[in-house]
Design a protein around this ligand. Structure first.
Ligand code: KIV
Length: 273
């Protein structure tokens, strides 16, 4: 086969090989300009279905469609060149059957050229993950709090804070690892349990509201930049961009209204004859 590019992107096997290695750095991005910035510092860019809430103001991720994910996945691929880009499979696009999952994942891989997909669910999705992995679809799994299950779990609450619930979550993580997922996101799970799971399974765990012992960490970009109006407890704000953006918009509005903008530097003169 021929080789088409000079810069080699990280791949799912590269991330799989980071178990017990240097921490995996992952952030979300949904569009080309943020992808360009995230790409400089992160190993993995997640085109999360959180885009439904962040970009579209939805209450949950349930209404997000495959077409929405493919459009933004494509944008993130154009904006990045080094990180592994993982695209979330939206609710309803993979749960019905292994065949439905393969058809949806194949669309995502072909139409975005991303390197992997992510899907939610543990034991119940293990058979599908095996089917996909055996057919060339690298799968990042997602256990613990799975936001697509909001209508059955009732609220976005932390999981495994009572030891009685540990067994179920441990079984989920083991099942996806054994089925061939190359890594697993552990979301909003009691710290000691996330630490225990990380020690128990052979694939990298990527924590979000989980444990510093995880093999990597992920956050939603807009949450850590201070752009999201409400964030869960596990989010650390690394920036406070909201007030800066608002000040810029206020300045623009004032200058347009006072005709201070555009000034001489922002208009085109005539060509000299
Ligand atoms: O959709 C998303 O952004 C995610 C992360 C929160 C892990 O799944």
């Amino acid at each position: 086969m021929s080789v088409q590019q000079d810069i080699r992107r990280l791949t799912a096997p590269d991330i799989r090989a980071r178990k017990n290695g240097d921490p995996i750095v992952m952030l979300t991005s949904y569009h080309a300009h943020t992808a360009r910035l995230v790409d400089k510092y992160c190993d993995v860019i997640l085109v999360g279905d959180s885009l439904g809430m962040v970009m579209h103001g939805l209450e949950t991720t349930i209404p997000v469609t495959l077409d929405m994910m493919i459009l933004q996945g494509h944008a993130v691929m154009r904006g990045s060149k080094q990180a592994l880009v993982v695209v979330d499979m939206p609710f309803g696009s993979y749960e019905q059957s292994r065949e439905q999952a393969f058809a949806s994942c194949a669309r995502v891989l072909k139409e975005t050229t991303c390197g992997a997909v992510k899907l939610e669910g543990g034991v119940r999705m293990a058979e599908t993950i095996r089917f996909l992995a055996e057919r060339g679809v690298p799968v990042m799994a997602h256990v613990g709090l799975t936001p697509q299950a909001i209508n059955t779990i009732g609220s976005f609450k932390a999981q495994g804070r009572d030891e009685a619930d540990w067994g179920r979550i441990e079984e989920d993580a083991k099942a996806v690892a054994e089925a061939g997922a190359f890594s697993v996101v552990i979301e909003a799970v009691a710290e000691p349990l996330a630490r225990k799971i990380t020690g128990q399974i052979a694939i990298p765990t990527i924590g979000i509201g989980a444990s510093p012992a995880c093999d990597g960490q992920v956050l939603v970009l807009e949450d850590m930049l201070g752009l999201s109006p409400r964030v869960p407890k596990f989010v650390k704000r690394y920036g406070d961009l909201g007030p800066g953006i608002e000040a810029a918009i206020r300045g623009y509005a004032e200058e347009v209204r006072s005709r201070a903008f555009p000034g001489p530097d922002h208009v085109y003169g005539m060509r000299k004859k």
